[in-house]
Design a protein around this ligand. Sequence first.
Ligand code: ATP
Ligand code: MG
Length: 449
Amino acid sequence: MSEAPDSAAPADLLAASRAVVDRLQRAGHIAYFAGGCVRDRLLGREPHDYDVATDASPDKVQSLFPRTTGLVGKAFGVICVLERGVQVEVATFRQDLDYTDGRRPDGVRFVTPEEDAQRRDFTVNGLFYDPVADRVIDYVAGQADLAAKIIRAIGDPRARFAEDKLRLLRAVRFAVTLGFEIEARTWEALCAGAQEIAVVSPERIRDELDKIWSGPDPARGLDLLDQSGLLAVVLPEIAALHGVEQPPQFHPEGDVFIHTRLMLSGLKDAPLPLALSVLFHDIGKPPTFAVDETGRIRFNGHESVGARMTEKLMKRLRYSNEMLEAVVACVANHMTFKDAPHMRLSTLKRLFARPTFEIELELHRLDCSSSHGLLDIHAFLKEKRASLPAESIDPDPLVTGHDIMAATGLTEGRWLGQILRQIREAQLDGKLASKEEAIAFAKHLIDKA
Ligand code: ATP
Ligand code: MG
């Protein structure tokens, strides 16, 4: 279940995991690749990590390999082996004891490979592979579901979701990232249990959601979350976009939910900040909905209301500050783009210099193409930016406060700050090109005052 260090090349990961299996088998044990890595290999995808499952006890695993740690999960039968500089998780075949908290088993019992397969969540995740004999071991009919592209709970779906509520979201996540259908009984149980997702920690919910949004089909992810009832629990701000009407001349596509979904459908394996910005950009619309005296629908200030809501919900889901700041900035700024053709050069340059500009520009493009369809501002901004030398967008300042104080006898304070800002603006507007010109401009401003 661990994420392999990013530095390990796929071939090194595979070689190290194979070596671990080989060592265990030579010592007389059963040892297989297990779970996600088997699924991915059978699908022709590169696994991002390998999990090894064995009948050797954790103590035995530790005695067979010189470099191990049991810190992460020895109590759950998991030992981390360091092999050829790569970390490989080796888990003893196990069965989970009772789940009293709806998320983690109270403990584990060591069992046969077949029983270990039964405790796994979905049939396509329940496969083993023996890399020495080149043989798939399938106790759960997982290969048939892989071929048919089906996510099916192992055993009774209701019981499996009741045990561990994170599986509710995992089912949707695997369906979306693999492009699989969710089998009917599994789907029915998922819908029946959707409310229960509330007991899962915000971090785990966030991690699953992020894989959906930055995956190959986030719009389908939104649909499945919405139809199952999960969305209303994990992201009520998005569920609230349903039925929020918009002015038809700007939004012929329909309500705010439809608009947001349409934008998501333009994303495939998108960077997460972009996907989240798309998802949240209009969440300020429901609370700002109003109809003016001419009968036109307005959402005044929805971008700043939406930015505050985005901040709150991203804190709730424990996003990093870096991610939060980027997404909140995109939501807060998304309405300024419409004014771009009237902006002075200095304002445009500040826009181009923003760390989130690329994401904001793409957000703007999706916003337009998923509503009125006019892409003139997008084209204008792309051309304008291409026409400006990179070094002119955020150049070093021509002068410092000390330069101005030395040249004019001015002392520190508000007035100095204002002068520096005007110099900067004139520089970005292309009206000042040297330190001398900047000082002359400062003197002129002082004389004028
Ligand atoms: P990926 O790593 O690509 O997200 P994965 O299938 O490897 O997918 P992990 O979370 O790494 O998923 O878990 C490894 C394996 O452990 C799974 O394939 C599955 O067999 C089992 N597993 C993980 N989480 C659960 C769970 N909540 N309930 C039951 N089995 C689980
Ligand atoms: Mg995995």
